[in-house]
Design a protein around this ligand. Structure first.
Ligand SMILES: [Fe+2]
Length: 285
């Protein structure tokens, strides 16, 4: 089984805000190249870790729906904070992007090739599935746990959510302190859930950078923004009880080169943030 992890496509213009590397104005060439790669490598599906669009509007959702329909494989998604900027945004997402939310909800699970993928929406304040544009206190709420408890519990599991499970270590960034960390309560919660539910891999976006850390035997990965130079995403392959991850760039495929901030090479991550191999079914990173 082969799948991609993409995140932070921020479809819709203009797109001001947190962009540690230069975003491309028109995402179309990126999706065209992504389609070619999907065909060449026989990718089964894409997981999108959120911030599909930029402002949570129906209009941008419709633009995104058209773009994702051009891809030759399905995309399954969780919403990010930018997708949830209206109280009705989560409902609109399931209506306007039904292929990306195939269960008609933004919290759901899918089973592919004997592996369970849990898609859980990160909340940003006490109000579920709504971002007020300010608060970034990521959390899960009690009623979401029902999704994790529903269905088969004995499969290898992967959790996808928008908020990173943990911050960027000083060793990676060279900064004076941990960068872009979620609230400590969220970090504790997500690793506790992962341990309880036998989830061995957590896939996230939001920080727009490549990170791969291991904590209590659980691997937590984030991917940089597809929309930003050098337009990276993850390629995962699971076969014969082994999982491998690598990081690919669409800059090379498209020949598109935008200005790159070399003071922030930590966005692309260290070698260990960009690729790994591990046994999967027996969970041992
Ligand atoms: Fe985000």
């Amino acid at each position: 089984m082969r799948f991609l992890l993409i995140s932070d496509t921020h479809i819709g213009n203009p797109c001001p805000g947190y962009h540690p590397q230069t975003p491309l104005d028109d995402p179309e060439p990126l999706f065209k190249a992504l389609g070619t790669l999907i065909r060449q490598r026989g990718v089964d599906f894409i997981c999108h870790a959120g911030d599909i669009i930029d402002n949570g509007s129906r209009e941008q959702m419709r633009i995104a729906a058209e773009i994702f329909r051009t891809l030759p494989c399905p995309t399954f998604a969780v919403p990010g904070n930018h997708d949830l900027m209206f109280p009705e945004s989560a409902k609109w997402m399931t209506e306007e992007l039904p292929e990306l939310f195939p269960c008609g909800t933004t919290d759901y699970y899918l089973i592919r090739d004997g592996i369970r993928f849990d898609f859980l929406t990160s909340n940003w304040n006490e109000k579920p599935a709504f971002w007020d544009g300010v608060s970034l206190d990521s959390n899960f709420q009690q009623k979401q746990y029902a999704v994790l408890e529903d269905g088969p519990q004995d499969l290898p599991r992967i959790l996808i959510t928008h908020s990173p499970a943990c911050g960027v270590p000083v060793k990676q960034s060279g900064l004076k302190q941990i960068f872009h960390a979620p609230p400590m309560t969220f970090e504790k919660d997500i690793f506790r859930l992962a341990k309880e539910k036998n989830i061995s891999l957590i896939l996230c976006g939001h920080n727009h950078l490549n990170l791969s850390v291991k904590k209590s035997g659980i691997k937590a990965v984030t991917v940089s923004a597809l929309r930003e130079m050098p337009f990276e995403f993850k390629f995962f392959e699971i076969a014969n009880g082994k999982l491998s991850m690598s990081t690919c760039s669409l800059s090379e495929m498209t020949g598109i080169r935008l200005p790159y901030d070399f003071n922030k090479t930590y966005i692309q991550g260290r070698i260990c943030d960009r690729a790994f191999d591990c046994r999967f079914r027996k969970i041992s990173f």
